[in-house]
Design a protein around this ligand. Structure first.
Ligand SMILES: Nc1nc2c(c(=O)[nH]1)N[C@H]1C(S)=C(S)[C@@H](COP(=O)(O)O)O[C@H]1N2
Ligand SMILES: [Mo]
Length: 369
């Protein structure tokens, strides 16, 4: 186990920067991970509030962002349906809507914590955000059209397309969901994000939002939805967003794993000798966050943190803890969350070639004056 994320040299070199006595400047933009197509993560300093402003919500684009002429845009719903659906933007916004706050994490978040390093977007911890989404429940549209017999999956196709790695043919970004997930009352086609019209980077004019799932499921810039009686095997279903396993079939990623983070203190910060109020966030797609624990002795003992009452089914929760620093100099703090389905974060990250679902216990190193 790597006890500390800073090397001894780095630890001894933690210097008293002027910023530590002043409020952190709030960066106004995303941290660029890739320029074309644009990929950006929320700056670590901004991951301290329950809701993420649209301008700081992480963005993960596989291809160039499509621009849409709304007067020509249409959503097609076809496949095994009694009536094929064609919806204009105004058809969609006039239907009964639902508003749900959701925490969404990219499956590649914290990929840079893996050792040996893996290829892929170099996300640190900022590819996770929370927004309040409004849109039409997908089941409402499907029920109106009439679902045919033997439907197994729903395929969602985006307007963005390109040539996936190692392939020759161009294909759109596409993903499928089991019919039961698509029919869940909280699976929505969203056209609003935090009360604003969906920003272009986040899927304007319409995107899928699948609460509890890693971000890849929530297809942006929707063009077509097809009901099928087979297993969809597109690139982003079969070749990506899977955990490869020795001697057995790859595991497709679905629900977000239990995870937690520190928003205060940050790695490398100074803390007081004695009482310090520390805080952070915890979330899980597999259940309700039930317990958050803190350790300052490399996991030998754990103390329970306070969880905020505010509890939406699909969002992260804030936690706080009064930490008594009894040892001057360099200290390592660890945070570990568990959910009500018995899932707990592992002490160490589980390495996988594509660098997904990294949810090992996070550590911060602090200096006590
Ligand atoms: N059409 C389309 N949908 C997409 C993607 C994409 O590249 N194209 N990226 C997916 C991935 S991997 C994630 S993590 C989320 C990110 O959504 P955001 O950019 O709004 O944060 O969108 C998903 N939906
Ligand atoms: Mo992602």
């Amino acid at each position: 186990m790597r006890n500390c994320r800073c090397s001894p040299a780095e630890a001894s070199g933690i210097t008293k920067e002027p910023w530590h006595t002043q409020p952190h400047p709030q960066p106004a933009t995303l941290v660029t991970i890739d320029e074309a197509p644009f990929v950006g993560e929320t700056p670590i300093e901004a991951i301290n509030s329950w809701l993420t402003p649209n301008s700081l919500y992480y963005a993960r684009n596989h291809y160039d962002v499509p621009s849409v002429d709304i007067s020509k845009w249409e959503l097609i719903v076809d496949g095994i349906v009694e009536n094929i659906g064609e919806f204009t933007y105004s058809d969609i916004v006039e239907m009964p809507s639902k508003t749900i706050p959701v925490t969404m994490e990219c499956a590649g978040n914290n990929r840079t914590d893996l050792y040996p390093p893996v290829s892929g977007n170099k996300f640190q911890g900022g590819a996770v955000s929370t927004a309040i989404w409004s849109g039409v429940p997908l089941n409402l549209i499907l029920k109106t059209l009439g679902i045919g017999r033997n439907v197994k999956e729903i395929i969602f196709e985006g307007l963005d397309s390109g040539i996936p790695d190692g392939h020759k043919k161009e294909s759109p970004y596409g993903r499928s969901l089991p019919i039961e997930i698509g029919m869940h009352t909280d699976t929505i086609l969203a056209y609003e994000m935090n009360g604003e019209s969906l920003p272009v980077d986040h899927g304007y004019p319409l995107r899928l939002v699948v609460p509890g799932w890693y971000g890849m499921a929530s297809v942006k810039w929707l063009k077509r939805i097809s009901l099928v009686d087979y297993k969809y095997e597109g690139f982003f279903q079969k070749d990506r967003y899977i955990i490869e396993q020795e001697d057995s079939k790859p595991l497709p990623l679905t629900l977000m794993k239990i995870k937690s983070l520190f928003s205060k203190p940050r790695h490398g910060e100074f803390c007081k000798y004695g009482e310090n109020k520390i805080a952070g966030l915890a979330w899980s797609g597999t259940g309700k966050v039930e317990r958050v624990e803190i350790s300052d002795d490399f996991g030998k003992t754990w103390s329970v943190a306070q969880l905020s009452d505010l509890s939406h089914e699909y969002t992260w929760q804030q936690w706080t803890f009064e930490w008594e620093a009894t040892q001057k100099g360099h200290n390592t703090l660890m945070v570990r969350a568990s959910d009500d389905k018995g899932n707990t974060q592992p002490l160490d990250n589980i390495w996988n070639r594509l660098g997904y679902a990294v949810n090992g216990v996070q550590r911060v190193c602090v200096n006590i004056e």
